[in-house]
Write a protein that binds this ligand. Structure first.
Ligand SMILES: Cc1cc2nc3c(=O)[nH]c(=O)nc-3n(C[C@H](O)[C@H](O)[C@H](O)COP(=O)(O)OP(=O)(O)OC[C@H]3O[C@@H](n4cnc5c(N)ncnc54)[C@H](O)[C@@H]3O)c2cc1C
Length: 400
């Protein structure tokens, strides 16, 4: 039985950046309504991007990554519980029950549970599926210059971790299923240039390769690959993407389909229950499709809007989120659907160092990647929103 029942006007399940941003959204509209923020991690909400960038490079300290650096949630009328995941939502009685059996009622609920890392079959313990502050803290103790790591996965997290750890003097082997890092986003030409940059940094890349097993019993774990390689290292880090954390919504009878399905107001199939951030599958109007976006700007923007709507604003989510990533001296931002399965139009000002890549699906530009090109997200949004068919010659030069 649940105990200690308490009433809140607003309950937020998930203390990631979407949940934290919802507090600001609620307070935009309602200055006093009592808010409960339920976190499964033992930390107050923090930003994840520095976990694979600035923290390793000494550009940020752990204290600087928290969403509210002062941590003074009580002053804003917010009760925070940490290390106590919500386990059950009863939408008939507007109640959330946590693992500790703490029970709370809500008038309006946000589910911002994000995603949990995909794991490898056959090799669980001893592998860090990198996502959480605690992962950073434990790896930071182990990975000094001269230590070695195998990074499994060539997506955003795998690529950023390989680059940042090699910049810290760690000996990195990267196992990449594609011919080059970020294979789902970078066309082959840029991918080859980025691969060359990784190799110049001394990263040993096993491209077009996969893990087939691990021996985690010895002092130095062993990673075996399909191509017949066997790599010993001090640590193994995997970045294999995430699964949206929908269980609590699904068991509550809320419509889920590769995420929690929401309408343009970020409301779920259950009135009064909202979802935002990595877990939410929402109508992306400019692309005329339902999308789930696993990036920081989307989590911040949706969280804020969901908070406003929880407090009665009824505003539509029209924002076209961008994402950003850093690899060595390269940085890039992107808007829309950037996917190498589409045609691409490359417009380099300096080949593979500075330029714009347009992603074209059925003749229309659906995504734009700005490689070392800054402050152009709005220009990119305008082109995607326009939705008209433009020949490649008209795309080249559209953004400078
Ligand atoms: C290492 C790393 C680097 C990144 N870098 C970039 C970047 O450079 N650019 C970019 O655009 N994006 C980046 N991202 C992605 C970005 O951080 C995410 O999109 C964002 O964190 C999503 O926020 P969220 O609040 O929706 O979900 P999450 O961050 O997943 O937060 C959800 C929280 O809810 C908790 N939770 C889950 N279930 C429950 C429950 N039942 N009860 C209570 N709490 C629960 C989770 O433990 C978690 O703390 C990065 C992500 C990582 C991991």
């Amino acid at each position: 039985m649940a105990s200690g029942g308490t009433s809140f006007k607003y309950v937020i399940v998930g203390g990631g950046i979407a949940g934290a941003s919802a507090i600001a959204g609620i307070r935009d509209i309602d200055r006093d309504g009592a808010i409960l923020l339920i976190c499964s991690e033992p930390h107050l909400p923090y930003h994840r991007p520095p976990l694979s960038k600035g923290l390793w490079l000494g550009k940020k300290t752990v204290n600087e990554i928290f969403a509210d650096p002062a941590g003074d949630y009580a002053a804003r009328g917010v009760t925070v519980v940490t290390a106590d995941p919500a386990e059950h939502i009863d939408t008939r009685n507007n109640t959330v029950v946590c693992a500790s059996r703490r029970s709370s009622t809500y008038e309006s609920l946000l589910i911002a549970t994000g995603g949990s890392p995909r794991t490898l079959s056959g090799g669980q313990a001893g592998i860090t599926y990198y996502r959480y502050l605690d992962d950073y803290v434990s790896l930071k103790k182990e990975l000094r210059p001269g230590k070695s790591v195998v990074v499994v996965g060539g997506g955003f997290i795998g690529s950023e971790m390989a680059a940042v750890l090699s910049a810290c003097g760690v000996d990195v082997t990267m196992i990449c299923p594609d011919p080059h890092p970020c294979g789902a986003v970078f066309p082959a030409s840029l991918g080859a240039a980025v691969l060359a940059r990784f190799e110049k940094a001394g990263i040993h890349i096993l491209a077009n390769d996969r893990t087939i097993g691990f021996d985690l019993t010895g002092l130095r774990p062993l990673t075996r690959t399909l191509s017949g390689q066997s790599v010993a290292s001090d640590c193994i880090i995997a970045g294999l993407g995430i699964r949206p954390s929908i269980d609590i919504a699904e068991t509550a009878g809320i419509l889920c389909d590769n995420g929690i399905v929401v309408d343009e107001h970020l409301q779920t199939s259950n009135p009064g229950v909202f979802a935002a951030g990595d877990v939410a599958r929402f109508p992306y109007h400019a692309l005329s499709s339902l999308m789930r976006v696993e990036h920081w700007d989307n989590a911040v923007s949706q969280g804020r809007l969901a908070g406003r709507n929880m407090a009665g604003a009824r505003e539509a989510y029209e924002h076209m989120p961008y994402f950003f990533s850093d690899l060595f001296e390269y940085g890039y931002e992107a808007v829309g659907d950037v996917n190498t399965s589409y045609d691409t139009v490359e417009d380099w000002q300096t080949e593979y160092e500075k330029g714009v890549i347009y992603y074209v699906k059925n003749g229309k530009c659906v995504g734009i990647l700005l490689f070392n090109v800054w402050d152009k997200c709005d220009a990119a949004r305008a082109i995607i929103k326009e939705g008209s068919s433009r020949p490649a010659s008209a795309l080249r030069g559209a953004i400078r």
